[in-house]
Design a protein around this ligand. Sequence first.
Ligand SMILES: [Fe+2]
Length: 263
Amino acid sequence: VAAVARDVEVQPIGATFGARISGLDLRDLNTESFDWLRDQFSRSALLVCSGQDMTPDEQVAFASRWGPISRHPYVKPLEGYPDILEVVDPANPIAQNWHQDQTYLEHPPAMTMLLARVLPPAGGDTMFADQHAAFEQLSPGMRQTLRSLRAVHRGTELAAEAGLERVEVERIHPVVIRHPVTGREALFVNTDYTIGIDGWSLGESEAVLDFLYRWSTRPEISCRHVWSPGDFVLWDNLSLVHRVVANAQGPRLLHKVTIATVV
Ligand SMILES: [Fe+2]
């Protein structure tokens, strides 16, 4: 930290993941500071950078330092900013379910970033759960069984409404993935997009998936982010599931940018 800036502070958030970073201006990072931040990210999977003041252009410029920005296949972006999505409705059932973003793609995005624009006086928190810990805390026998399974992921009805064919938003992924940067294994199923275990009946799939969803979102491996003005939150979409708590006591607007692969 000393090499980056004397007043940068890092505090852990969850027990197994997450860090809050204060005293760092994301608009203005030299190569050394950015490399430091990237190292923090690969160790923590979730970074909350407080006190940010960014225009949409600055948000896109910062985001594109991580890798190619991924544009959503069927949700309309912010007017004039094809790389930014407006997250406006915390009561949206898709956002309330524990999920990873866009796992129906062949290459689900590596990273998601949210910048607080308008916050309610209370409510509308975002929760995260660690899918590395979820996998690693299973018994060796269960881990071995899960490694042999694949799951089918499918985009929601919004994809069909936007005119996309089912084959464009349906993919099969292993139930356990290996993280491309850290090499750690992670559970990779979620309540929004996983529709079943490949080759299994609905009842068989539900039995296993229901267990995994409960197991992988326990409070012990989760954390809850209570938004403050100026919060810029970035997380690893391959190793964390997330959801909104749908109790916002007023308008809430976040600007979201998604990174296809971290380079
Ligand atoms: Fe999401």
